[in-house]
Write a protein that binds this ligand. Structure first.
Ligand SMILES: N[C@@H](CCC(=O)N[C@@H](CS)C(=O)NCC(=O)O)C(=O)O
Length: 220
């Protein structure tokens, strides 16, 4: 595992690498934050270099059949293709000390990620009819979100991070997903100052702040 020691080391993957060489990483996704952004956050925080390959939508029909499960994101690690965004992010989180410090912390971080992801997958992201899509989004954000937010807020309590004493990929996933949801409902977390403060803490981490500043600006 790459040991997380301090911010300086995190900016110097050569210092935190255990083996003789950092793998060659190529991330393929569309030009969106979407399901790749959690992966990009882990790379950014750990200061790991990777190719951020962003596909053109028009090229997708040609490319899809060449990808093992026909979906992105995928991460190539020295040519080995890993699919499923959360499997990729979990692998990198383990490699960089962001998965949780003990097996129990890791299970709790996984559980928070899965809980947020269950919610994210309720939305009809690919719906073409804008009216239908908007109605479904409003319904979920108004009627279903409070149950999730209340539970996340109770789980976080007055702690700094969701799990343990340091930031994990679960905190990152909250930031990434809530950023997108806030673009659909600006007052989504207004009633949850602790969840809002957690977003601020994640976004104030120097490597994450730098990434947010420099990443391509996309709607989702
Ligand atoms: N559970 C998968 C979902 C992958 C997925 O549905 N990717 C979408 C983009 S967000 C995709 O590849 N869509 C194009 C297609 O299905 O042809 C993950 O988290 O990676």
């Amino acid at each position: 595992m790459l040991k997380k020691t301090d911010e300086t080391t995190l900016q110097r993957p050569d210092l935190c690498m255990k083996g003789p060489r950092m793998p060659n990483y190529k991330l393929t996704y569309f030009n969106l934050r979407g399901r790749a952004e959690i992966i990009r956050y882990v790379f950014a925080y750990a200061g790991i270099k990777y190719e951020d390959h962003r596909l053109e939508g028009a090229d997708w029909p040609k490319i899809k059949p060449t990808i093992p499960f026909g979906k992105v994101p995928i991460l190539e690690v020295d040519g080995v293709i890993i699919h499923q965004s959360l499997a990729i992010a979990r692998y990198l989180a383990r490699e960089t000390g962001l998965a949780g410090q003990t097996p129990i912390e890791q299970a709790l971080a996984d559980a928070i990620v899965d809980t947020i992801d269950d919610f994210i997958t309720l939305f009809p992201w690919a719906e073409k009819n804008q009216e239908v899509k908007e109605k479904a989004f409003n319904d979920i954000l108004t009627n279903k979100a409070p149950e999730l937010l209340k539970a996340l807020d109770a789980f976080l309590g007055d702690n700094k991070w969701f799990v343990g004493k340091s930031v994990t990929w679960a905190d990152f996933y909250w930031d990434v997903c809530s950023t997108t949801l806030l673009s659909y409902k600006a007052d989504l977390v207004e009633k949850y100052p602790r969840l809002s403060a957690l977003r601020d803490r994640v976004e104030a981490l120097p490597a994450i702040a730098a990434w947010i500043q420099k990443r391509p600006k996309t709607t989702i």
